[in-house]
Design a protein around this ligand. Structure first.
Ligand code: ADP
Ligand code: ZN
Ligand code: ZN
Length: 710
């Protein structure tokens, strides 16, 4: 029997619902809970996290750990608690939860040390006539007082000269100077002040404020103000922003006010990400701004969490461990007993439901801050209308009127490519993806058919594959087609298309926005990339080409997403002195949801939609879970779900039914849907599920549509 203190439990990053006991060899210190250990696993080794110390094990013949990678916990206790909670709430293996939490470099076992600062300054006099390169570098550093290693190299000096000067003691490392934030804030409006006071009066305990403010109402200014007292008492602040909104402008706004800001997003190298992680854990980063996964950043003294655009779908991780970063911020804030601020012009129904139930406090900003007016809304009835590539004649006139008054025009269409279908006019055949149950989208430049679900590309056939006739035609509108139509109708005005195909990098996108913001008349046509976070002061007209699809989808969440998108896009209109107009084309201009949205704005829409969710017992009124099985062999998926269904009989699951995209990348997708009167009942049943023996061809995913953590 091994020594009592020398057994630890290790969570390994494998899709198994188990942690494993390992033996710690005599003479080796016991690793801390939260420390990384290298362990033999199967026929190889892996990096796991020590999750507990044990006195005994029910297994005999334990393997020994190979190496302890951290002297102290890499995952601090509060994140460890969050991981355990996620393991239970999302029914996902602990080892994989921990692997999701850790930066990639740490997951691979990289050493976790904060780099010495790569900043240099003069330490002693230096003169050496036989070393001109060193002399030049010395003079350069002398001139700048402090400079970074990368600046030196950029200025043509070498690391070799740097090392030589360090060796003779002429220069030394130093801390970087933090540019002090020096922006003086504007005078808060009375609505902003009321919101600021409400938040700052309760900074010492867990509470959630939902800041509902129309686009341009100065929510960001409220975030900046409520951070001040937290930073003043040396606590840290975490700010989450949607993927698309983490632009240099956003970042500069926080830097101008508060100086140093740590940034976490998907374009960092693994090393940079790890460094920011470690510095935050060490308390060296007062502010972290990041996208979804920044919710897992460790802090030494976190005092406040802010989530901007809390409704945004980029907070949901859709693959592997499916989680909602917004929901996790609520859990973290609760565990740390600190305040949380959720902000949006179009809050999620989940958050609004929590306001109704008295769990969250709602703070409202109903006016634009800098005095700009809200746009006016207009509907165009498309029934029986002629149109050019999706643009009706009334819309054409409106566009012309705005361009003539030197306004800019933004046209929104949530479909990239040229046309969403290629159809045979003779027999009705449609081009389909070979691997998915989905139509192919026709693209131009280069001309090809593309599957937007799996990414496969196909050449465009000359003749119909079914009847052999030369009668294929593109059906429906994509951004490329509308762009071509606009270029024909408005030949003397530049047309900028903004979607994932036209702007591949952030830099390209920024360049294009800079050109647009020189202010000359221009037309932008694009997808939801246009909807978020950007400020276009000269846009006076926003047109939404087709509002209908989202309100007719079988997905019960589609109307909510569509309404949010419409309001967010509309919010780009008239942000500066000139008032804006929003024109919406619809084949269903009497649709009650659309009418309510236009007449009463988002709050009216949300009230109606939430009442319907309550009536039908859908989330957030009742918690829901989906169990989804994917397999190359459809029968296997159905069989597995039927086995689970019999175990869940008291909840009367719906299914198995084909998932919304029934076949994707050659895998059949089926699902079982569960609704329960309370989350504890739902989770009670899920926890007791006995996983049937799963063939290895099957990937069983569980997707939780639960609203808020309890
Ligand atoms: P939101 O985040 O709600 O979209 P912003 O914080 O970006 O709004 O504010 C919109 C514009 O109004 C910005 O240009 C901002 O500088 C300005 N602004 C915000 N608050 C004030 C204020 N109290 N006085 C004057 N201008 C303000
Ligand atoms: Zn045909
Ligand atoms: Zn496909």
């Amino acid at each position: 029997m091994p020594d009592a203190e020398q057994i630890i439990e290790v969570a390994v990053p494998r899709p198994l619902h188990a942690v494993y006991d390992y033996h710690v060899p005599a003479g080796t210190p016991t690793p801390a809970v939260g420390a990384r250990v290298r362990v033999p696993f199967g026929r190889s080794e892996t990096v796991g996290i020590c999750t507990a110390h044990k006195h005994s094990s029910t297994h005999n013949k334990l393997k020994s750990i190979s190496q302890i990678l951290d002297a102290e916990a890499m995952v601090p206790p509060d994140l460890m608690a969050l991981a355990h909670w996620m393991n239970d709430y999302y029914h996902h293996p602990l080892g994989e939860v921990l692997a999701t939490l850790l930066p990639a470099a740490a997951r691979r076992g990289a050493a976790c040390q904060i780099d010495a600062p790569d900043y240099w300054t003069i330490a002693a006099p230096f003169a050496n006539a036989r070393a001109p390169a060193q002399t030049a570098l010395y003079a350069y550093i002398q001139k700048h007082a402090i400079c970074s290693g990368s600046d030196l190299v950029a200025a043509g000096h070498t690391r070799a000269s740097l090392r030589a000067l360090v060796k003779v003691g002429a220069i030394a490392r130093t801390e970087p100077t933090t540019p002090a934030g020096d922006e003086s804030p504007p005078v808060a409006t009375s609505a902003q002040q009321a919101a600021i006071d409400a938040v700052t009066s309760q900074l010492n305990s867990f509470n959630v404020s939902l800041l509902q403010g129309v686009t341009g109402s100065g929510k960001t200014e409220v975030y900046l103000r409520v951070m001040a007292p937290i930073l003043a008492r040396q606590q840290q602040v975490l700010v989450l922003v949607p993927e698309i909104a983490l632009t240099p402008q956003t970042l500069r706004r926080f830097q101008r006010r508060y100086g140093q800001v740590g940034m976490l997003h998907s374009n960092l190298t693994d090393h940079e990400r790890l460094q920011t992680w470690l510095k935050s854990a060490a308390g060296q980063m007062p502010i972290i701004i990041g996208t979804r996964s920044a919710v897992f950043t460790p802090f030494s003294n976190l005092g406040l969490i802010i989530v901007d655009e809390e409704h945004d779908s980029s907070y949901k991780q859709q693959e592997g461990l499916r989680y909602s970063a917004r929901d996790l911020t609520a859990k973290r804030a609760q565990q740390l007993n600190i305040p949380l601020v959720l902000g949006s012009a179009t809050p999620s129904l989940e958050s609004l439901y929590n306001v109704d139930r008295g769990r969250y406090r709602k703070l409202t900003l109903s006016q634009r801050a800098a005095g700009a007016q809200m746009p006016s809304y207009h509907l165009i009835d498309m029934r029986g209308q002629q149109h050019t590539d999706g643009l009706s004649i009334p819309l054409e006139h409106v566009i012309r009127r705005h361009l003539e008054k030197s306004g800019q025009v933004l046209i929104f269409l949530n479909r990239r490519g040229f046309a969403p279908a290629l159809l045979c006019a003779a027999c009705g055949w449609q081009a389909q993806c070979s691997d998915c149950d989905a139509r192919l989208t026709l693209h131009r430049h280069p001309t090809q058919l593309m599957c937007h679900h799996c990414g496969l590309r196909f050449p465009v056939p000359d003749v119909c594959e079914s009847c052999g006739q030369h009668s294929l035609m593109p059906v429906g509108m994509g951004t490329q087609r509308t762009e071509a139509g606009l270029q024909r109708l408005f030949a003397d005005v530049p047309v900028y298309r903004i979607d994932r195909d036209s702007a591949r990098s952030n830099r390209q996108l920024e360049e294009r926005f800079a050109r647009i913001n020189t202010g000359a008349p221009a037309i932008m046509v694009g997808t939801q990339m246009l909807a978020k976070g950007h400020h276009f002061p000269n846009v006076t007209l926003v047109a939404i080409l087709n509002a209908d699809a989202g309100f007719l989808s079988p997905d019960f969440r589609a109307p909510e997403r569509t309404a949010q998108l419409i309001i967010q896009v509309a919010g780009r209109a008239g942000r500066a002195e000139r008032p804006g107009e929003v024109w919406i084309q619809s084949y269903q201009p009497d649709n009650p949801t659309l009418v309510r949205l236009i007449e009463d704005g988002y709050p009216g829409f949300a009230e109606l939609e939430l009442a319907q969710r309550v009536q039908f017992g859908l989330p957030p009124a009742q918690p829901m879970a989906l169990i989804r099985a994917e397999s190359g062999v459809p029968d296997e998926a159905v069989l597995l779900l039927n086995q689970l269904k019999s175990q869940l009989a008291p909840l009367q699951p719906l299914g198995p039914v084909p998932a919304p995209l029934a076949r994707q990348a050659n895998r059949a997708r089926y699902q079982l849907m569960l609704v329960a009167p309370s989350r504890s009942i739902l989770h009670g049943h899920l926890r007791q599920l006995q996983p049937p023996k799963v063939p290895h061809t099957l990937r069983c995913l569980r997707l939780y549509c639960c609203s808020t953590p309890d």
